[in-house]
Every structure is written in C-alpha cells, then in structure tokens.
Design a protein around this ligand. Structure first.
Ligand SMILES: *[C@@H]1O[C@H](CO)[C@@H](O)[C@H](O)[C@H]1NC(C)=O
Ligand SMILES: *[C@@H]1O[C@H](CO)[C@@H](O)[C@H](O)[C@H]1NC(C)=O
Ligand SMILES: *[C@@H]1O[C@H](CO)[C@@H](O)[C@H](O)[C@H]1NC(C)=O
Ligand SMILES: *[C@@H]1O[C@H](CO)[C@@H](O)[C@H](O)[C@H]1NC(C)=O
Ligand SMILES: *[C@@H]1O[C@H](CO)[C@@H](O)[C@H](O)[C@H]1NC(C)=O
Length: 362
C-alpha cells in the first residue's frame, strides 16, 4: 500500500473520533480486494462501457488495498446485531465526509450519530482516493473498477471478520453520497447478485444531459503541486471554493464548515467525474429496497428548478430505473443542499437515514 505523508495526520485524526465518543469505538482498516472487470478503452466514455461492444473494452485485473474506518458501538442495539452500513463518499471527498474529525463538527458526523443509536458502519475511501491504493494510471479508476472494489468490500464483510472478535455481517446497507451513490447504482446494474441488502442513495438523481450548473474542475497536479504534483494528469479535483455543494442561502450552513471542507478536499479520476450517465441505465436485477434522499436546495439537482417540488412526480420519474426493487422511495429534505451532511439540516437527514435503515433491515 502507498503510505502518503498525510497518513499519520489523517490516521490520528480519525482515531480522535473514537476517543471523542465514549460509546463508539473506531478503527482504521485496510482490506485487500481483487478487481477483475472490463473497462472502456475510452476512459471518458460516459456510459462506462455499459453500451460498448467487447472490442472497445479492456481488462483491469488487480488486487488493491482499500482503506476504511470501521466504527462499532460499545453496545450494538439488538435489532442491529448483524447489520452494517457501508458508507461511500462523493467525488473529491473521502471517508471523512461521514465523520468530520474535529469536535466542533461532531454534530455533522453521521458515523457518530448512527453509532450513538447502536448502529455499526464502515466508511471507505474509493479506489484511487484518500488512503486507498491509487493506481498510477487514472484510466484504471473507472466506474466498473471503483464500483467492483466497493462490492468486493461488501462481500468480504459478509464472509470475513473485519477485526478480531467481530463476526461477519449478515446484512449490508449501502449508503452513498452523490457520485458515491452513482457507484452503488452502477454495482446494482452490473452485479448478477448484489451484496447489498438495501441502498440509500443520497444527493443523486437520474443524471440529466445538460446539468444546470458546472463544477470548476482542474488537474490535481495543478491544484496542489506539493501534494499531487506527481499524479497522472487525469486525476482531478475541484477548486477550493465548494459553495456549489451548499445551499445558496448562507444562513443554512456554517462558514467554518466551508473552510473545513476545503481542507478535506481530495482527488478523483476524470473517468469517475464523467461516467455518471451510466446511472441512467435500468437496474433490472436489483431486488432489495432502495431510497433516494435529496435536498430541496441541492444546486446540482433541485434548486432553481421545479424537479424536486412534487415528491410523488419525482418518485415516479426515478422509480422507472428500479423495476424489481422491493421498495422504492424518494425523500426530499427541505432546506438541505448537495452536501446533505454538512449544513444546518444535517440532523434531520440523519434521522431519515436511520429510519430507512430500520425499515430496510426489519
Ligand atoms: C470517448 O467517449 C466520449 C464520450 O462518450 C466521446 O465524446 C469521445 O469522442 C470518445 N473518444 C474517443 C477517442 O472515442
Ligand atoms: C464496436 O465498437 C467500436 C467503437 O465504438 C466500433 O468502431 C465497432 O464498429 C464496433 N464493432 C461491432 C462489431 O459492432
Ligand atoms: C450539537 O447538537 C446538539 C444537540 O442537537 C446541540 O445542543 C448543540 O448546540 C450542537 N452543537 C453545535 C456546535 O452545533
Ligand atoms: C494508461 O492506460 C491506458 C490503457 O492501458 C493506456 O492507453 C495509456 O497510455 C496509459 N497512460 C499512461 C500515462 O501510462
Ligand atoms: C465561491 O464561488 C461563488 C460562486 O460560485 C461566489 O459567489 C463566491 O464569492 C466564491 N467565494 C469565494 C470565497 O471565493
């Protein structure tokens, strides 16, 4: 595994969450996964190979170390004994999205919130991101390979003990944010038998061909030469102004959160940036329950349009891609922006997530 210089700092800050929460123990873990998938030779193919013939695909066959933070309550609630939430961050974020590691922002930690209610979780870094292995060539980091690594983690956790004394889990609920939701969605499309018993897909609606806003993206090399100067050009990041991910109304979030957010910025590959449209393909085989949660003030999907105003109409439009799902529902969190977990409405959405986990694991 690569050991970035930041590891010490990050690893310590992650452990701090454990120390700050009397009822919750957290441990960094590294899980090797074998990925054996076809990716499009064209790394900017927006459908990630799902619409390609075999001559335009190539094999990625490798074993990668995936980093995660496993958190378990001292006392697991009886109804959650063999249930694990697998948390998947969005583009240019890391596992820290689910547990901002400073005391000031503890109220924004879904990991702490759900742990306090007796639920275990593992928040992982995508392949190529954070403390997970980063392939030298960014074109190996595409929806098929990143999504396969996530599914392999879920399978691993169902069959193997993640830490001494922790039994494998019987049910795994995938909770994604933004592109993390699209990656779970991709797995639901391609996995013959999904390892996820339920999906909660936040801040991700069916991608439109002409998004109303555009994100400022640059090569990570140029954004921060000291940290990322040696990366393949096709690893990208945002500028450090990430206001797009917050509601337009500045009284909806803490100005200090924006600073923290800029500090946790990471990279993603060009492929993972552009392959969202693969989530407009029908998840024909996925039979578990699925919920989407989106903020009414999400500047990427809702704000300034009437797309999220009528929840019944939105649910009808979104459900088309999940014909076999046991349950399909959409919830709109009033006031929330794209980064649902990081504004003043976070506590409300955390209650929604736990209620969905309750319902889906019953
Ligand atoms: C790769 O795919 C993108 C989007 O699907 C397309 O615009 C581009 O022309 C393709 N590039 C090549 C070399 O085929
Ligand atoms: C396969 O796809 C490539 C690139 O899109 C195309 O040039 C070729 O004609 C296709 N081959 C077949 C047999 O459809
Ligand atoms: C955190 O949440 C608690 C309970 O909801 C609240 O009393 C407290 O003021 C919040 N702290 C911050 C810093 O927002
Ligand atoms: C990355 O991999 C692709 C596919 O194998 C190859 O075409 C490309 O030249 C490689 N890029 C670099 C910088 O090695
Ligand atoms: C960040 O970008 C928004 C618009 O995208 C702009 O209104 C705001 O002034 C910028 N903030 C900073 C600190 O540059």
């Amino acid at each position: 595994m690569r050991l970035p210089a930041l590891c010490v700092l990050l690893c310590l800050s992650k452990l701090y969450l454990g120390a700050s929460s009397a009822s919750c123990g957290c441990s960094p873990v590294v899980i090797p996964v074998h990925v054996d998938v076809l990716v499009p030779k064209n790394a900017t193919d927006i459908f990630a190979g799902l619409k390609s013939n075999s001559s335009s695909l190539r094999l990625v066959d490798d074993t990668y170390n995936i980093y995660g933070v496993f958190c378990q309550p001292q006392t697991v609630a009886p109804q959650y004994l063999d249930i694990l939430q697998l948390l998947v961050h969005g583009m240019t974020y890391t596992s820290q999205y689910w547990s901002p590691p400073t005391e000031e922002f503890r109220n924004y930690s879904y990991v702490a919130f759900s742990c306090d209610r007796g639920l275990s979780s593992i928040a992982i870094d995508w392949l190529g991101v954070g403390l997970s292995f980063r392939p030298e060539n960014a074109s190996d980091v595409q929806y098929p390979s990143v999504s396969a690594a996530i599914s392999q983690i879920a399978l691993h956790l169902k069959t193997t003990s993640v830490l001494p004394g922790v039994e494998p889990f019987r049910k795994i609920i995938g909770i994604g944010h933004s592109t993390g939701s699209y990656l779970l969605n991709f797995g639901a499309i391609v996995d013959a038998r999904s390892p996820f018993d339920a999906l909660v897909l936040t801040s991700s609606l069916i991608p439109t061909t002409s998004p109303s806003v555009s994100l400022d993206i640059l090569s990570a090399r140029d954004a921060d030469p000291l940290r990322w100067g040696r990366l393949d050009l096709a690893y990208v990041t945002t500028t450090d102004n990430r206001t797009l991910f917050y509601p337009v109304d500045p009284t909806s979030f803490s100005a200090r959160m924006l600073l923290f957010d800029a500090f946790t910025r990471d990279v993603g590959s060009m492929s993972t940036l552009v392959q969202g449209p693969s989530a407009s393909i029908t998840a024909t085989h996925y039979t578990g329950p699925v919920a989407k949660v989106v903020g009414s003030e999400d500047q990427i999907f809702c704000a300034g349009t009437d797309r999220c105003a009528d929840v019944a109409a939105l649910t009808a439009a979104e459900s088309v891609l999940w014909p076999a799902a046991e349950i399909f529902e959409v919830m709109v969190s009033h006031g929330s922006g794209h980064d649902l977990n990081l504004d003043f409405f976070a506590e409300g959405v955390f209650h929604m997530f736990v209620a969905l986990v309750d319902k889906f694991s019953a």
